[in-house]
Structures are given as structure tokens and as C-alpha cells.
Design a protein around this ligand. Structure first.
Ligand code: HEM
Length: 353
């Protein structure tokens, strides 16, 4: 409970700080220009450092997870995706994992009833996680319209697809939630992102075992991403900002020639949004979110199971530095003999006095 409250408070304080910084003590240059540059730099360097660190770790054994029949005699049918023995198989398994979260689909829950352990299917995590990640990706790609001129075709294409409902965002009128046509077209992915992140949070608190193992490092990213999505939604539909000025600012940042003249023309909601995004980017490499890169670096997934055909040579740190037994004995022979331990090579006799 403490971890959850702490994380919620942290995100609330960050949002309030951005609002005060933008509207009360005019730190717009800091929040709108300097912090985003710094956050992006931390993200790139941090993520790069994590990946290089993983890549340099020795992998002395070939340890792919094998979830089906391995390659064997010609008449034994191999499970090519669950036990890949070729690079193609590894890429296929990885692609299905990254794009469809295939292993999560097999998530099971264990409970005890009538003194017996029972396993049941548990697809909720798979569903929520898939919705969340795909919505996040679509939202991010749609944001490219702020960063590019001309806007790439696929961004326009995504926007049309995402807004296919062609309704305004819903507003509460009395007790009815009504589509309001005066608002900009509803982007489904933004809403799905917020709903999915909420569902992931609810799952975490509703399942007692999961709540028990949850830390601030689990709640904070959820609240942070939810606040990024919420501030974006508020900004698009309700507490409007001048989007053309945002585009001018962002294009100037991309060109490394910040146009500080527009900072004053953009509403405070943008500063809350961009500040939370900056925190998210800077926090990313040091948090659980770095599984974005880690998933590709796991030797249980990125190696083919061809142990019987190919001798595995540790590809990164070969030749491996070793200290042989002979060298060890050379280092400690005298002490070993003194302690009465057997040695393979007798010490040189002391020269006669
Ligand atoms: C992790 C990164 C980000 C996430 C998850 C995110 C999320 C969102 C969401 C969910 C919306 C609501 C509308 C929609 O669905 O498009 C939105 C709107 C918006 N975001 Fe972001 N955002 C991110 C980064 C940024 C960045 C870096 C900028 C700076 C340019 C930005 C500027 C805006 C603006 C100006 C809007 C309002 C758009 C409009 O009025 O059409 N966002 N954002």
C-alpha cells in the first residue's frame, strides 16, 4: 500500500511541479527545451549502455528455452517454433513473442481447491498487455506529425485508421456520456492506452499475490504512463493548446535551433505532458521498462537449440581468461606441501647451503 501511495504522490508532485513551473514561476525554457534534450540524451545513452552491458556478458552455455520437440532424427517431427534449431526459427519465435506476446498467452493461474492444486488459463495479462503496448506504439507513431515535415504517409494513414469512428471525444452532459462533434476527432489508441494501463493496474491490486510482490518500481511506471496519456487526452480535447505552436517548437528542437519565442504561446497542459514524458524517458533505461531492449538480449530466446550439431563457443569473450590448476599449484605449491596437501609437481629441492 505504501509503495502505491508513494508512487501516486510522486506522479502528482511531478505534474504539479510542471504546472507551477510553466504558469507560476515561468520555467518554460527549462521544461520545454532544456529538460527534453537532457531526458532524451539520458534515454539514448542509458539504453545504449544497458544493451552494450548485456551484449558483453559472457554466455558460456547455449541455453534456449525448449518448449517442444527438438531437432532429432528425420522421422521425428520437430516443433520448429517452440524449439528452434535455425536462425530463421529463432527470428520467427522472437517475432511472435515481441509482436503477439506468445509466451504470455500460455500464462496460467494456480489455485488450491478441495486440497488439490488446479491450473487454469489466465489470458487477462496477455490481453491487457497486448492492448497497452500496441496502443502505445500507435500513439507514439502518430506523434511523428509533430517531428516531421512533410508528415510521412503512414502517420496520416494511422491517424485516419485510428479516427475511423469519426466522432468527437465524449463529454459528460448531465449524466449522459455523449459524443460531442465539436471536439477534434477521437483517436481510439489514446483512449485504449489509458484504459489498458488502468486495467494492468487493477489486475495488480486485485490479485492478492500480485499485490504482495508489487513495489514502487511497478506502480510508478503505471501511474506515470497513465498521467502521460491522461494529460495528452485532456490537452487534445478539453484544455486545449495551440498545436501549430507546439509543432513550431518541436521542429525547432529537432533542428537543434530552439525557437524560444513560441514558449509563451503554448498552454500549461503541454508543459505537464512534456515534463511527464521527459521523466518517463529519463527513467526508462534504469527501470523495468528497459525490457524493450532486454527482450532481444535474452540468451534463452536469441539462441538456436543446435547444441548437438554445433559446438557452442562463447561468441563475445573468447578466448576466455582462465587460471588453470597447474598455475594455481605454481602459486601455492609451497603452502600446499607445508599443509600436507598432495601436489602434482614436487617443489624444487632447496639448494644446499
Ligand atoms: C511517451 C511518449 C508520449 C505518449 C505516450 C503520449 C501520449 C499522448 C496521448 C495519449 C495523447 C492524446 C491524443 C492522442 O491520442 O493522440 C497525446 C496528445 C498530445 N501529445 Fe503526447 N505523448 C507522448 C509524447 C509527446 C511528446 C514528446 C510531445 C511533444 C511534442 C507530445 C505532444 C502532444 C500534444 C501537443 C498532444 C495534443 C495533440 C492534439 O491536440 O491533437 N506528446 N499524447
Amino acid at each position: 500500500m505504501g509503495a502505491m501511495i508513494f508512487s501516486l504522490l510522486a506522479v502528482a508532485v511531478l505534474s504539479a511541479a510542471a504546472w507551477v513551473g510553466a504558469d507560476v514561476i515561468n520555467l518554460r525554457l527549462l521544461i520545454g527545451v532544456i529538460f527534453p534534450y537532457a531526458g532524451f540524451l539520458i534515454f539514448i545513452v542509458g539504453l545504449g549502455w544497458r544493451i552494450v552491458d548485456w551484449a558483453r556478458s559472457p554466455v558460456p552455455f547455449r541455453i534456449p528455452t525448449t518448449c517442444g520437440q527438438g531437432e532429432s532424427l528425420p522421422w521425428v517431427k520437430q516443433s520448429k517454433l517452440d524449439n528452434p534449431s535455425t536462425l530463421g526459427g529463432v527470428i520467427g519465435r522472437m517475432a511472435l513473442e515481441v509482436l503477439l506476446f506468445r509466451s504470455l498467452f500460455r500464462n496460467i493461474k494456480l489455485d488450491y481447491r478441495d486440497g488439490r492444486a488446479r491450473y487454469g488459463s489466465a489470458k487477462w495479462l496477455w490481453l491487457f498487455a497486448l492492448l497497452f503496448h500496441w496502443a502505445f506504439l500507435v500513439v507514439l507513431l502518430r506523434h511523428l506529425r509533430f517531428f516531421t515535415e512533410p508528415i510521412p504517409f503512414f502517420v496520416t494513414w494511422l491517424e485516419n485508421l485510428d479516427g475511423f469512428l469519426e466522432v468527437g471525444a465524449p463529454v459528460l452532459i448531465g449524466t449522459d456520456l455523449l459524443p460531442y462533434v465539436g471536439l477534434p476527432g477521437l483517436m481510439i489508441s489514446g483512449v485504449v492506452l489509458l484504459v489498458a494501463v488502468t486495467l494492468l493496474f487493477v489486475r495488480r491490486v486485485v490479485i492478492p499475490q500480485l499485490r504482495y510482490i508489487s513495489l514502487a518500481a511497478d506502480y510508478f511506471p503505471l501511474f506515470l504512463i497513465a498521467s502521460v496519456a491522461l494529460s495528452g487526452i485532456l490537452m487534445r480535447y478539453y484544455i486545449k493548446v495551440d498545436v501549430t505552436q507546439v509543432k513550431t517548437l518541436v521542429m525547432s528542437l529537432v533542428a537543434f535551433q530552439p525557437n524560444t519565442a513560441v514558449l509563451g504561446n503554448i498552454g500549461f497542459m503541454f508543459y505537464i505532458h512534456i515534463f511527464l514524458v521527459t521523466v518517463l524517458f529519463a527513467y526508462f533505461p534504469f527501470s523495468k521498462l528497459v525490457h524493450l531492449g532486454g527482450v532481444f538480449m535474452s540468451p534463452t530466446r536469441n539462441l538456436a537449440n543446435n547444441n548437438r550439431r554445433v559446438r557452442h563457443v562463447n561468441p563475445w569473450s573468447y578466448p576466455v581468461k582462465v587460471h588453470t590448476y597447474a598455475e594455481y599449484e605454481d602459486d601455492f605449491r609451497e603452502q600446499m606441501v607445508e599443509a600436507g596437501l598432495p601436489v602434482e609437481k614436487q617443489p624444487d629441492p632447496k639448494p644446499a647451503e
